[in-house]
Every structure is written in C-alpha cells, then in structure tokens.
Design a protein around this ligand. Structure first.
Ligand code: GLN
Length: 276
C-alpha cells in the first residue's frame, strides 16, 4: 500500500480554527489528520517526525498578550520536551530539513513570522526579521478580501492559482519588514505570495478596506525560498464549501468546492509527489 499522507494540526493555548483546518486537510486527501494539543508535544507523547504536513491554526494564542503569537513563538523556540535535553524546536528544524510542509493561517502565520520561520531569507529560520502588527484602522477586521497571487512565487500551495477570495478576521494583520532592503528582497525573490487586491483592477492595493490592515506592499501571505513554509492572514479553511461564501444565496454558479481547499490540495499533491 502506498505510504499515507499524514497531517497534524497543533491546538491549545488559544487556537480556535483547528477543526476547520483538520477538515480542509481531510477533504484535500490527507490519510491521517490529527489535532494534537501542544502540551502533548512538550510532554514527549507526540513527535512531529511522524507527520508530513504541520498546520498552525488561527486563534488567540495566549490571549494575544505581548502581541499576537509572541509568547507562543517563545514557547516553540525555547521549550524543552519533558524529561529530555531536547527542545521542541529541534523537531521543527528537522521537519524543515526533511523537506516537509508547514502552513500557518492567521495566528499561525503570526507565529511563524515571530519565530523567524518566515520569510527565512537565505534559509535563516532562526531570526525574526518581520512582524504582523496592529491594523492601521486600529480595529479588529472581519471581512472577505480579494487576493492576487504571484505566479512566479516558489510557493507550492498556490501552484496554478492566480487569485483568491477569502475571509480575514484579525486585529494584528499588518505585515511589516524590518527594512526596505528586506522588503525588496522579499519582492525580488517572489516570496510575497499573495497581496490584497482591488476586485475591479485585480491589482494590489493600499486602499482600505480592500487592504484591511495597511500591510507593506499589500502583503497578505509569505513563503520561504523553498516554497514549503507558507503563512497567510486570510483563512483558507473558512472557504471549503459553497455555503461558506458570503453571497451563496444570491450568486449563481458558485462551485460546490470553496477555493480555500485549493491550497490544501496542492500541499497533498506535493507530499505525494515529492516527499513520499
Ligand atoms: N483569527 C486569528 O487567528 C486572529 C489572530 C490574532 N489573534 C489577531 O487578532 O490578529
């Protein structure tokens, strides 16, 4: 029998999207999908090595204290696995080294950026060089956005996708890079996978509310140079079915399948073709 595609969704300490993400993984064809509390990994009862696809779900890790995902980033970076000298981050680094996939949505994206896993220029997955901070409007934003996808991005999740329509719901979604040089490098290497776009022109925009948070260069999602580490503020797991669409009762010809699922399908295809 062919090897199984194994996905894990980490939960706990304030995540709230783990079930939707798990559903997306299952619908996309993962054979095993486990929702595992972070404490299980820290207790040494579960290991990342047993999976191919690590999902960091959205939510309010540690109540957004210290800034969204900041405390969680420190936990994942520095916590030991109980009864050992090993740190959980060693498992994360091995996971990356083994060519496996990590996807962070919203709070999970904030976590990856604050851990330094994104944008990870030149493979440096240790240094935080960007952040996601308070929306320019000063409020929590809950709305659907249009996204333009960079066709030249190395991102394995967005292969064959040129635009998307997905919901955002966040208070700290403004992507900022530590310097203009870093922002330029992100653009030159096509790591700004998706940008908030104007639905009429299809082009990236700084205009509120089309761009809900004032992100630099309208950036909504970022990947590393391998394309296997990917994070985005919009929630793909919140658009899996036609009835998730905000105008499903009025718009004709909406496909049964929501376009959020496309990202997960691409991930599964990559795992089958390149990892198993
Ligand atoms: N939906 C989410 O994951 C929200 C992320 C974070 N708590 C914020 O408000 O920015």
């Amino acid at each position: 029998m062919a090897e199984q595609v194994r996905a894990v969704v980490i939960a706990g300490n304030g995540t709230n999207c783990e079930r939707e993400v798990a559903t997306a993984c299952r619908m996309a064809g993962c054979d095993v999908v486990d929702i595992v509390h972070i404490a299980e990994f820290l207790a040494g009862r579960c290991r990342l090595d047993d999976y191919h696809f690590l999902n960091l779900a959205g939510g309010f890790l540690d109540g957004d204290d210290l800034g969204s995902a900041k405390a969680g980033a420190n936990r994942l970076r520095h916590a030991r696995v109980a009864g050992t000298e090993n740190h959980l981050i060693d498992q994360v680094l091995r996971f990356i080294q083994d060519g496996k996939l990590i996807m962070g949505v919203c709070n999970g994206f904030q976590l990856m950026v604050k851990m330094g896993l994104l944008p990870a220029l030149d493979g440096d997955v240790h240094t935080q060089r960007a952040s996601l901070t308070f929306n320019d409007c000063g409020r929590f934003e809950d709305r659907w956005v249009n996204l333009k996808v960079d066709p030249q991005s190395p991102c394995v999740y967005t292969r064959g996708i040129d635009k998307m329509y997905l919901p955002v719901r966040h208070g700290e979604g403004k992507f900022v890079a530590e310097s203009d040089d870093l922002l330029k490098a992100i653009e030159l290497r096509h790591l700004a996978v998706m940008k908030y776009a104007d639905p009429v022109t299809g082009e990236p925009t700084d205009r509120y509310p089309l761009n809900p948070n004032g992100s630099m260069n309208a950036i909504a999602g970022v990947c590393d140079e391998s394309g296997r580490l990917f994070g985005l503020m919009p929630h793909p797991e919140a658009y899996l079915f036609r009835v998730h669409h905000p105008r499903w009762t009025r718009e004709q010809n909406l496909p049964e399948e929501g376009m959020g699922l496309w990202l997960y399908r691409n991930a599964v295809q990559f795992i089958r073709e390149d990892i198993l």
